[in-house]
Design a protein. Structure first.
Length: 350
């Protein structure tokens, strides 16, 4: 029996990637005691943690990372901090960016400032995103590339990313920054393209494809992302940035076709809608630096997408209450999609 002596604080652990990380951590690190700090916003759900909620090695604390009275003591008693908590949806940041600044920027500041005063913290992982590089016309972003965020979500994450770096450069806080590409997998909130399109298609509802549908994202399975973070906690270097990407660059229109094929639904469900404002055309990250530490993605996109579609098909208990009974979700859906006029671009069926 291993004594759980390493105290790990996971912020945002009731969300999509955070919950996958908590489950991964509990399964692979018997020496860890994990505390999840989460505000339980619309995107945070306790059921995401149901497999560990009664485990004596796990503790759940409901609270705001931007509240020093709550976050400060938790940081100070930790050996490792993995900071996922954020407002994360680009479209929401276009409607109202305030919460993005408060949580993603100010909340990160609160945690870093607590870590500055905490002798115990030996690793602070700032979970950033490849969106901080902005739209990538050609090639792939390396960790040294300029940051050119182009929407309020990406800009708030870029602020937090560099703020974290500054706490390493000035105060010596043991910060390491990760910039991952688009994640997919179980328990992703059904506002992001894959769970939204899969659950709409299950219900024979239209899937709203923005603009010409030729925007490209690099898809990373959430389990591969969690394995990369775990590796970096052990083998990463303070003050460094690490890209994490799946190596699966796919146009949205092709992704949509694959989802519909998987669910045996007709392409007539594709509804081309008005484009997102400032829609980044392509993200692409160079992951050589991480691969040099020995990481490789284990999930191929064909298999990973098939398994993900199957997960949503088999777990309606998880998403149906959100989509059908949560007034906040229904309000968001109406605001985001209700006023979008159908505008045919002629490319979505190709
Ligand atoms: P998510 O929206 O599913 O979950 C976010 C979690 O943070 C929720 O549980 C929410 O309740 C919590 N939270 C929000 N504000 C909080 C606050 N003020 N205090 C405490 N908790 C709060 O997000 P996700 O997709 O799991 O993303 C997690 C992290 O990974 C984010 O930092 C995001 O920027 C980053 N990231 C995401 C992706 C992706 O494709 N989803 C890719 C790269 C990086
Ligand atoms: P999203 O899942 O919101 O992730 P991000 O904007 O962080 O990359 O969107 C992924 C891609 O899918 C992006 O190019 C926008 C597009 N998209 C649609 O075409 N329709 C939708 O309803 C949504 C939510 C996204």
């Amino acid at each position: 029996m291993v004594e759980p002596t390493v105290a790990v604080l996971v912020t945002g652990g009731a969300g999509f990637i955070g919950s996958n990380f908590v489950l991964h951590a509990m399964a692979t690190h018997p020496e860890w005691r994990v505390t999840t700090l989460d505000k339980l916003t619309y995107a945070g759900r306790l059921e995401n943690l149901r497999d560990v909620i009664n485990d004596p090695r796990h503790r759940f604390v409901e609270g705001d990372v931007a509240d020093p009275a709550v976050a400060g003591p938790l940081v100070k008693e930790s050996d490792i901090v993995v900071h996922f908590a954020a407002e994360t949806h680009v479209d929401r940041s276009l409607h109202d960016a305030g919460a993005f600044i408060t949580t993603d920027v100010y909340g990160t500041f609160v945690l870093l400032d607590a870590a500055r005063q905490a002798a115990r913290v030996r690793r602070f992982v700032q979970i950033s995103t490849d969106e901080v590089y902005g739209s990538v016309e050609s090639g792939s972003s390396t960790e040294h590339d300029e940051l050119k965020p182009r929407n309020p979500y990406a800009a708030s994450k870029a602020g937090a990313d560099r703020l974290a770096y500054s706490y390493w450069a000035t105060h010596g806080v043991p910060v390491l920054v990760t910039r991952a590409s688009n994640n997919y997998g179980p328990r992703q909130f059904p506002e992001k393209i894959i769970p939204l399109f899969v659950t709409n298609a299950i219900d024979h509802l239209p899937v709203p494809l923005y603009g010409d549908g030729r925007h490209i994202r690099d898809w990373l399975h959430v389990e591969d992302h969690c394995r990369a973070i775990d590796l970096l906690i052990d083998k990463g270097t303070d003050g460094e940035v690490y890209n994490i990407g799946g190596g699966n660059e796919v146009r949205n229109v092709d992704l949509t076709h694959r989802i519909l094929t998987e669910l045996d639904r007709p392409t007539s469900l594709i509804r081309p809608v008005e484009d997102r404002l400032g829609h980044d055309r392509r993200y692409s990250v160079d992951t050589t630096k991480l691969q040099n530490l020995g990481w490789r993605p284990r999930h191929g996109f064909d298999e990973g997408l098939r398994a993900t579609v199957a997960w949503y098909r088999d777990n309606e208990w998880w998403w149906r209450p959100i989509k059908e009974a949560d007034p906040a979700y229904r309000d968001y859906y109406a605001t985001q999609y209700g006023t979008r006029t159908s505008h045919q671009t002629g490319s979505s069926g190709t």
